[in-house]
Design a protein around this ligand. Structure first.
Ligand SMILES: [Zn+2]
Length: 292
């Protein structure tokens, strides 16, 4: 009798284990490269035909945080946000504007027209696979001008999809918490500084070399100042080490605050984009008038 009970218990445990594995296999993944082709219609339906395109870059991040920091951050935001609100996430994309770091090891800077054509062809190809909405999220400070110009030129030719650009903002509650945790001068805290290092300490502490954070200066060198004039060399003039801020002051706590703020805003933006019908309707109205 005892043996029979034991056997039955064993069987139940095995069945529940099998069931867990079955449930895992049934889960619909967000990443494009982790989906199976037969799940595509389900992914399109659950995402309301929305695909997130996270854009990072490969560039030096001071002497202490990884070259792919911007990619790691946007990839993580997308992965964590789509657990709360489903969308398909395009795999690693790190082809942006990064000419200003070509003097540093690890920088991957493609020719300007390749960067442009690749972004356009990627959006067209995402749309060819059934997506009507592409939400770009960007982690690299040298990309917004490129992305905004790309967005503006979407009105040059009619397409049956819309591109959206996620632009997170600060609010007073977040700003208050941020300044309470922030130790360095916020004005100088930019590339691989306290905030970005904190972000990596939160997301991928295994990749951060805190001992190296003071090996180079992240201070503004102020080597060029022509009032009210923009130059291509301004960033190199100010930050030749491709490091701006004080990474040594980073904390995991600050990283958690920054990331949770971004992810909360991304979830909201994603919900809004998924339910939005106005953008595509207005695009159609616009092009109907252009053709007349
Ligand atoms: Zn960065």
């Amino acid at each position: 009798m005892v043996k029979a009970i034991k056997r039955a218990t064993c069987l139940l445990i095995m069945l529940s284990l099998l069931n867990t594995q079955f449930t895992c296999a049934q889960e619909l993944h967000s990443r494009w490269d982790e989906l199976v082709a037969s799940d595509w219609p389900k992914a399109l339906k659950l995402s309301d035909s929305t695909c997130i395109l996270p854009i990072g870059i490969l560039e030096k991040h001071g002497p202490h945080v990884p070259i792919g920091s911007d990619l790691i951050q946007v990839r993580e935001w997308a992965a964590r946000a789509t657990k709360r609100e489903y969308a398909v996430v395009f795999p690693d994309y790190f082809y942006g504007q990064i000419n200003e770091a070509r003097h540093q090891p690890g920088t991957f800077a493609l020719p300007e027209r390749v960067v442009w054509d690749l972004l356009e062809a990627t959006c067209d190809e995402i749309a060819r696979n059934g997506f009507k909405k592409i939400l770009i999220i960007n982690g690299h400070g040298g990309n917004p001008e490129l992305i905004r110009y790309f967005m503006q030129t979407r009105l040059e030719k009619q397409r049956d999809y819309a591109v959206y650009f996620f632009e997170p903002h600060s609010d007073s509650a977040y700003a208050k918490k941020l300044s309470a945790l922030h130790k360095s001068d916020p004005a100088g805290d930019q590339h691989a500084g306290e905030r970005e290092t904190s972000s990596l300490l939160y997301l991928r502490p295994d990749l951060v070399k805190m001992d190296s954070a003071t090996n180079e200066s992240g201070a503004n060198q102020k080597r060029l100042n022509i009032p009210n004039v923009y130059t291509a060399i301004w960033w190199y003039a100010d930050y030749p080490n491709h490091y701006a801020g004080e990474g040594a002051k980073a904390t995991r706590e600050l990283g958690q605050l920054v990331n949770e703020h971004f992810i909360d805003q991304l979830v909201t933006a994603l919900k809004d984009v998924k339910t939005d019908t106005r953008t595509l309707a207005l695009q159609k109205e616009f092009f109907d008038r252009v053709k007349k």
